[in-house]
Design a protein around this ligand. Structure first.
Ligand SMILES: C[S@@+](CC[C@H](N)C(=O)[O-])C[C@H]1O[C@@H](n2cnc3c(N)ncnc32)[C@H](O)[C@@H]1O
Length: 264
């Protein structure tokens, strides 16, 4: 294992270049045109959204543009500072670890907790939770904040994705800024924890550590936390199109899109 900096420390270093590094990911398409319609099919009602691990706020615009009110939280002060610069007063930001999420009030006088029609953990947030019990701790915080009919959506990376991004020697030179995302793992195995080092111009070298969670582990953690899984959809890209399928294949799909609600 490389030096054990936390996800928060890694993201404090990554923050200055995060948006540029991820500029190819189109959140209007992913969230606005693909995920929100999937959630609406399952009864999503517009209202308050809690974006857990919101980072620089890439999910905010598709939500705000559709009339959602948004609160974002993240463990990295550096990522939140970027979000604050872009969104100012339009989105309230909270500095907190996803595993220690307290009940959040949406307005003065509004009771704490169970206020959000939608809770999102998008773009690998769940994979950055790497220790036993982390999923349950994060899902318990989701439950404290989810409204009675609310939905939670999060993605988890597949084995195919870990093979492509974290296997050793996988080095991707990105852009003319000389960014290098370098996988540090000798083999790719179900349920393992993976590391990659990011270095280059404008970004202090740091290590990203992610865990592969199996669908069975995710379902068990949801159920143990009082959430009911509603869907696990395989996501892949074909001819520049995002495709969601009602079945998961760890070797065909790059992500699993998980949707859940309160149990009972
Ligand atoms: C790949 S970024 C995704 C950011 C944003 N959701 C997006 O879609 O662009 C992962 C985010 O998860 C946050 N994160 C990782 N572990 C966390 C934790 N335990 N508590 C809170 N935030 C965490 C990081 O700080 C980072 O902002």
């Amino acid at each position: 294992m490389a030096d054990r900096e936390s996800a928060q420390q890694a993201y404090d270093r990554f923050a200055p270049v995060y948006d540029e590094f991820n500029s190819a990911n189109n959140y209007e398409v992913w969230l606005g045109e693909v995920l929100l319609p999937e959630l609406e099919k399952r009864g999503l009602q517009r209202g308050w959204a809690l974006d857990v691990g919101c980072g620089t706020g890439r999910a905010f615009d598709p939500l705000l543009d559709r009339g959602w009110k948004v609160i974002g939280c993240d463990g990295s002060a550096g990522m939140l500072a970027q979000a604050g610069e872009k969104f100012g007063e339009r989105v309230r930001l909270i500095h907190t670890d996803a595993r220690e999420l307290e009940p959040i009030s949406t307005a003065p006088g509004q009771p704490d907790g169970e206020n959000f029609q939608l809770v999102l953990l998008l773009n690998e947030v769940v994979n950055y939770l790497t220790e036993e019990g982390d999923l349950e701790r994060a899902f318990a915080g989701v439950l404290r904040n989810l409204s009675p009919e609310g939905l939670v959506v999060f993605d988890t990376n597949t084995l195919l994705w870990f093979r492509e991004s974290f296997a050793s020697g996988k080095s991707e030179e990105m852009s003319d800024r000389g960014w290098d995302w370098h996988g540090l793992n000798e083999s790719v195995e179900t349920g393992a924890t993976y590391e990659a080092r990011l270095s280059g111009q404008g970004v202090e070298s740091h290590v990203h550590r992610q865990r592969h969670w199996t669908l069975e582990q995710v379902v068990e953690a949801l159920e143990d936390s009082g959430l009911q899984p509603l869907a696990a959809l395989g996501q892949r890209e074909e001819n520049w199109q995002l495709i969601l399928e009602n079945a998961v294949d760890e070797e065909r799909d790059s992500k699993v899109i998980n949707i859940a609600t309160r149990a009972g």
